[in-house]
Design a protein around this ligand. Sequence first.
Ligand code: AMP
Length: 421
Amino acid sequence: MFQAPKGMRDILPEEQIYWEKIRQVVHKIAKSYGFERLDTPILEEEGLFIKGTGLSTDIVQKEMYSFRTKGRDRLVLRPEFTPAFIRAYLEDGLASRPHPLKLYTIGPLFRYERSQKGRYRQHEQANFEVIGENDPVLDAQLIQAFFSIIRGIGFKDIVIQINSIGCRQCRPNYRRKLVAFYNKRKRELCSDCQKRLKQNPLRLLDCKNERCIAATEEAPQTIDNLCPDCHNHFKNILEYLDELEIPYILNPRLVRGLDYYTKMVFEVWPEEEGGRQSALGGGGRYDNLVKTLGGRETSGVGFGMGIDRLVNLMKEKKIKVSGESSPPVFLVQLGELGKKKALKLFEDLRRANIRIASQFSKDTMKEQLKSADKIKAPFALILGQKEALDETVIIRNMESGSQETVPLKKVVKTLKKRIKR
Ligand code: AMP
């Protein structure tokens, strides 16, 4: 027997209501904040992420599904959205549209991660980006949009973790301080962090290894080392968040590990969790990425929201989602002629927007009425040999058991009246 690839899974029919609910809220909130939808291909050139996300990042080093096509191109299953959005922004002439440009999408991402509960090799994200301006009010309103989605789904106790990791002006100096600090503690660090110290020292701050956490306790903090521009930007964002009454905590260890982030970075967590699983999502500002990928100097800020994680949390928190109620009518057919006429009647009812259940492959009245009972259909339509010949149909009130025979031609009208009542 075949199995789904490791770390990938099927989303069964009964799960779909959660996914639908989240997608609905995402689309509604996106629209209300003025975001337009942009869908990009699932495959992209490998180089896009090497250059955009960064060669030394975990995503590129360990997690990309990359392969060579028959035409010898190096492609990857997209591991994240942001570089793909910027590629489209540059390729499709979006750069010439009025700014800031607000774009969003929802779809699958692929990362070759160690699979465990809540971490899959195919997962879905909603992704929001605001491209073209540097105003901190955009950062704050973007965080508000994330918050509104979470609220819209029905979660209450959510908290934002936020930090600023500086820019090209102030980060080199901070980086030097950080490297000097860790060089003195090199032996206390895990082997990954010893490597990171050369390539990506900010990543040492968010290593989950106990020894590294202990070694980091007294590390210099980014927010004490920001240039005036970054400092003011961050201060303004926090003031806007206060105004919006969005609960946040400053987390000096939050760095988000991708090369393109500048200034503000954030994550969204259920309040009671301080790192137990993964965040519900996160993002930040990226003021150099457009230029890195070949465009003009252009600012951007965005986030990714993990839908799988939200679905799991909805179930944990027993958040109610209303599925569609079952159809009000069950169509019972008997005999060859009855089946033929019922097949046509099903179409007439469907076109008249009456929702109907049926079991065309079952032949006995008993079996079919049992199914009608099971879905608690208030009405059954019965179409047997006699009715088929007379061009009539029986409407049975399932609760009282009373029945009336109506001409086939009038059944839509009569049924609509009965259902309304
Ligand atoms: P990231 O793009 O890594 O910032 O992830 C954004 C959000 O997507 C995370 O906070 C998670 O909720 C979710 N996420 C990331 N990776 C996975 C994964 N492998 N499986 C499930 N959800 C994920």
